[in-house]
Design a protein around this ligand. Structure first.
Ligand code: DAU
Length: 347
């Protein structure tokens, strides 16, 4: 099989490739990524020696480049991870989210439609988010039946991408599947997200900025469990359908932050780091609660998370504490200059 992965140098895409490239030497993998600020070649460095892995710097917003990559590689499976993902950034720069998430997805769909030309045997799996469903009150959980109700420019762009995926399935018969996942965490996540931001700040005795009163609830999914679910959906999920993926650990943010300060204090030989917790101005339009009903993927595909939150968090903290060079590189803009000179500007 020839597997095209978009955004394979980012957090989730690289976790996916790191697992499935070595496990499947008989499959060829091409990673196309524009290497934006949140992606890093270090994430896939270990794969570069493998004969079944290739990388090409491609910006999905350039249709001709996407078409060229498709023709050259001739994939029979596509995992579409590439996206702008950070809600706070989408509030500052919504147009970039339309460019990457909407235009990028439509370009990829259209290139696949032209290349596959009605063939039903390939699979196009689009990796999306539970944020398309909006916000829950005190009870209930999102499922595949929940109507879309996005609130941030980020979730609106992902909702739009999902609608285009369905439209390409319904109109052209493109063999599409969609997954909607909850908050991923794990090694190599760009430190703009809650968990790595808190870990790194707690390492350096910096304030831990908690939005509002820290009562918003998110469901946490360990990245490797998510990747396993994606593989199973691509293998055995039904065409034209959606699968919700969650970690079954939905708790208020303040509990997550206190869990981090506790483990970090233990590792640093301190009594507590709770004094670093600082309540700051809330995010505009901040969704209150996310939770996922994973019955469909459990019942149909037998998937469930294998890692508890306690195990995943400890592993994540230890990874950040022992990978200072990765942290230094992703935090400085210095590597972006090197990327441009080494890989050429994305087009
Ligand atoms: O639900 C899936 C989504 O989870 C993904 O689709 C998004 O790409 C991903 O960014 C994530 O969105 P969130 O906005 O939930 O993630 P974030 O890590 O930014 O924030 C998690 C919660 O923590 C949220 O309620 C806001 C809060 N927060 C976040 C940051 C960065 C804080 O209290 N302080 C912070 O500094």
């Amino acid at each position: 099989m020839r597997i095209l992965v978009t955004g394979g140098s980012g957090f989730i895409g690289s976790a996916f490739l790191s697992r499935f490239v070595p496990e499947n030497p008989h499959h060829e993998f091409l990673n196309i990524d524009k290497l934006s600020y949140a992606a890093h070649p270090l994430n896939t460095q270990a794969l570069e020696q493998l004969p079944n892995y290739c990388f090409e710097r491609v910006d999905l917003a350039h249709f001709a480049s996407v078409q060229r990559a498709l023709k050259k590689f001739a994939p029979d499976r596509v995992f579409h991870f590439a996206a702008e993902t950070h809600v706070d950034r989408s509030i500052r720069m919504p147009l970039e989210f339309v460019q990457s998430n909407v235009l990028g997805t439509v370009n990829l769909l259209e290139a696949c439609r032209q290349f596959w030309d009605g063939d039903q045997s390939p699979v196009f799996l689009s990796v999306s988010t539970d944020e398309v469903f909006g916000s829950l009150g005190d009870s209930g959980a999102f499922s595949e039946m929940t109507p879309y109700d996005p609130h941030s420019p980020y979730s609106a762009s992902k909702a739009s991408a999902d609608h285009f995926c369905r439209a390409y399935h319904d109109t052209f018969g493109l063999p599409v599947k969609i997954t909607n996942c909850s908050n991923n965490y794990g090694p190599r996540q760009f430190p703009e997200k809650l968990i790595p931001l808190m870990i790194l700040n707690a390492m350096e005795d910096k304030p831990l900025p908690v939005y509002g009163e820290g009562l918003n609830v998110r469901d946490w999914l360990f990245v490797d469990d998510h990747c396993e679910a994606l593989w199973q959906v691509a293998e055995r999920g039904k065409l034209g359908e959606t699968y919700c993926i969650g970690g079954g650990h939905d708790v208020p943010n303040i509990e997550i932050v206190k869990g981090i300060t506790k483990l970090m204090a233990e590792r640093r030989g301190l009594d507590s780091l709770d004094h670093l917790i600082t309540f700051v101005k809330d995010r505009p339009g901040h969704d209150f609660r996310y939770a996922i009903d994973t019955s469909k993927i459990k019942n149909e595909l037998g998937w469930q998370p294998s890692c508890t939150f306690e195990e995943g968090l400890a592993l994540t903290i230890d990874w950040y504490m022992s990978n200072e060079e990765w942290v230094r590189q992703v935090r400085t803009g210095e590597y972006q200059n090197w990327i441009d000179s080494h890989y050429g500007v994305a087009h």
